[in-house]
Design a protein around this ligand. Structure first.
Ligand SMILES: *Cc1c(COP(=O)(O)O)cnc(C)c1O
Length: 458
């Protein structure tokens, strides 16, 4: 078999037409949505790389599984299938289904986090950060320094800075209810975390008697990076590696919309039965009975099957390579990106590409808008709009990086779609110096990027 082209390890079974809005339609859509790409109708987008969350294609086996869904309110057969797959994978004893990842976060933090607590992680995802802050606690990012340098090539840029973590844990004035680690580090370029680092976190948590939780959304992609980059793992299966990762933690939050290969779903898993009991009480209040947790029985079936398929080596090989392929194409044309490419997305470095736009004029949003204008490609800003700190007076405090994330939905787009995206990115980069910055005209007090309105600076 020729080894150069890594083919999609599936063939298309059902097709969905792509909308092809023209330039005028795209221009009107930008104005109507106040330059917030979350305000676009999906039919106004040609290639949608807004997120890899819940947007992937399900397999024939997942669709078949959905027909087996048991919709019993309590004790559904589909729950027990889901429960056994999640237990086998994670080793955790208490499995609590939720409708998506943030519901697991909301429940966990309302049980464990109090006013003034500090919760460290490599980089908290936006919903995780917001759920922690909503409890009056601090979400503290302690990613290793190399994780903040987009151009630096290193194998595990998602690793936690263990010295910074130790300093937080050792500070007697700080209460840390748990330590988190996001695998892969979504808001830090989708960079993986090494097994060695997870072991280091475990050791520190043991030393200070603090529980350790994974934000496990992309556990399979992280396992693949460990297999291909970390000594001693080449001969292990992705499943064995994932099991080892989970064995180092006391629990996890999970969005099954990522490596669950499902369109909806998530779970919270813990070993501590007291925490589990408190979490289930809130679950009943907000999500539903513990054997469905806000999901239909058929959703539980889709997630159970997805968690098995995602660990297939052919799938992971293709998945990681297809992201790398887009990164190589735009990078070869001189477009600055976060290197090496992460597991689920290519992150364009807007700070480097648009040095004429100050952080508080949102260079990454400016770039995202141009990608849509140029070719109907929708990405998302991960910069000062999402992670900056608004001030009562004067400009926002900037985020650490100004990135546009082009997230690749799982098993959905083919190589020619990706070639098209590369063409659009390169065309925009060629007129980078003409791109204007933006100012905010309306914003919400948290997670403002979803609903804010903007206008271009002239
Ligand atoms: C998507 C995501 C979440 C939240 O999950 P939802 O299913 O969108 O609520 C949490 N953490 C990370 C790292 C994510 O990527």
């Amino acid at each position: 078999m020729p080894q150069h082209v890594i083919i999609e390890p599936f063939r298309v079974h059902t097709v969905e037409a792509i909308a092809m809005p023209g330039r005028d339609q795209r221009e009107n859509a930008l104005q109507r949505s106040h330059y917030n790409l979350f305000g676009l109708h999906a039919d106004e987008v040609i290639i949608d790389l807004l997120t890899d969350s819940g947007t992937g294609a399900m397999s024939t086996k997942q669709w078949a599984g959905m027909m087996l869904g048991d919709e019993s309110y309590a004790g559904s057969r589909s729950f027990f299938k889901f429960d056994s797959v999640v237990r086998d994978l994670t080793g955790f004893s208490e499995i609590i289904p939720t409708h998506q990842g943030r519901a697991a976060e909301k429940i966990l933090f309302s049980v464990v986090a109090n006013e003034g607590d500090v919760i460290p992680s490599n980089t908290h995802f936006d919903t995780t950060r917001a759920n922690i802050e909503y409890q009056g606690a601090e979400a503290r990012d302690v990613v290793k320094h190399e994780g903040l340098d987009p151009a630096l090539i290193a194998p595990f840029k998602g690793d936690i800075d263990l010295d910074a973590l130790r300093a937080t844990l050792a500070d007697p004035s700080i209460n840390v209810p748990l330590v988190m680690c996001t695998v892969t580090n979504n808001s830090g370029g989708g960079q993986p975390v090494s097994m060695a680092n997870l072991k280091g976190i475990r050791a520190l948590c043991d030393e200070f008697g603090v529980p350790f939780f994974l934000d496990a959304c992309r556990f399979a992609e992280n396992a693949w990076f460990i297999k291909t980059r970390e000594d001693g793992y080449a001969d292990k299966t992705p499943k064995e590696i994932a099991q080892e990762m989970f064995s180092l933690a006391d629990g996890c939050t999970m969005s099954a919309k990522k490596d669950g290969l499902a369109n909806i779903g998530g779970f919270l898993a813990v070993n501590d039965s007291d925490i589990a009991a408190q979490c289930r009480n809130i679950l009943i209040l907000t999500e539903g009975f513990p054997t469905y947790g806000g999901l239909a029985g058929y959703d539980l079936e889709a997630v159970a099957q997805g968690l098995v398929e995602v660990l297939d080596e052919n799938y992971l090989h293709y998945r990681i390579r297809s992201v790398e392929y887009l990164g190589e194409k735009v990078s070869a044309a001189g477009v600055p990106i976060v290197k090496p490419t992460g597991g689920h997305a290519v992150y364009l470095d807007a700070k480097a590409l648009l040095p004429h736009i100050a952080p508080h004029e949102y260079p990454a949003q400016a770039l995202a808008v141009e990608l849509y204008r140029e070719g109907g490609v929708r990405g998302v800003e991960i910069g000062t709009l999402m992670f900056g700190t608004p001030q009562e007076e004067g400009p926002d405090l900037p985020a650490q990086m100004e990135l546009v994330r082009l997230a690749i939905p799982r098993r959905m787009y083919t190589q020619s779609h990706i070639d098209y995206v590369a063409e659009v990115v390169i065309a925009v980069a060629q007129r980078a110096s003409e791109i204007p910055g933006y100012r905010i005209t309306e914003q919400a007090p948290w997670l403002r990027h979803f609903t804010m309105k903007l206008e271009p600076l002239s």
